[in-house]
Design a protein around this ligand. Structure first.
Ligand SMILES: [Zn+2]
Length: 221
């Protein structure tokens, strides 16, 4: 099972990725994690990436692809992978395709978890994070007992910059412009499956697992 998770920020991709990883044993490949790991390993690739990131520049597609390729070749994703956050552009999708072709591997499905902009803004901008620990709340869906204070340790709750409404709107704009064209691209290849990110995480998970079970049966026929 080689899966790509697609969709706007805040639609629940991360949650589903975690659950699929736990339930189906797929290796989750996040480009951020892979880049950090490459840098930590001190490999040639890692040194190149570090130089670019230290300057605050965006890591070029070619380098990200090299990092993904080296991960494929390490063998730990032989049984299947789950890509979350990559590809984000048609250019990246084309590179990924060449990379997989060259290894006689193919995508099983592209899972689109979708949600309207207003819902995304409501979800993300209502998020409050504990200044001390990892505790996360939501002013509307999961409020703390006392406003602005963490239930667990009494720390102050803050709104991360990433969750500020104007930042969320900007991220959505980038998504619509650069990433959304991938929906049609993968649809034409017959790989796209749609899921309603406004449903509960359990429901979305059930539907994804049903879809993957069907895919598995098809593959065995
Ligand atoms: Zn806390």
């Amino acid at each position: 099972m080689n899966i790509i998770l697609l969709g706007p920020p805040g639609a629940g991709k991360g949650t589903q990725a975690q659950r699929l990883q736990q339930e189906c044993g797929m290796v989750q490949l996040s480009t951020g994690d892979m880049l950090r790991a490459a840098v930590a390993s001190g490999s040639e690739l890692g040194k190149k990436a570090k130089g670019i990131m230290d300057k605050g520049e965006l890591v070029p597609d070619e380098l990200i692809c090299d990092v993904i390729a080296s991960r494929f070749d390490s063998g730990d994703a032989d049984k299947g992978f789950l890509l979350d956050g990559f590809p984000r552009t048609i250019g990246q999708a084309e590179m990924l395709e060449r990379l997989l072709d060259g290894r006689s591997r193919e995508l099983t499905a592209v899972l689109l978890i979708d949600a309207p902009d207003d819902e995304v803004v409501r979800r993300l901008s209502g998020r409050r994070t504990c200044a001390k620990g990892q505790h996360v709340y939501h002013v509307e869906f999961d409020p703390p007992k006392h406003e602005g204070v963490c239930d667990q340790d009494g720390s102050r709750l803050i709104q991360r910059d990433d969750d500020k409404p104007e930042t969320v709107r900007n991220r959505l704009e980038v998504y619509h412009e650069q990433t959304e064209p991938l929906i049609e691209w993968y649809e034409e290849k017959g790989l796209l499956r749609r899921f309603d990110g406004q449903r509960s995480p359990d429901e979305v998970n059930d539907r994804i697992r049903a879809t993957l079970a069907t895919k598995r049966l098809e593959a065995e026929l």
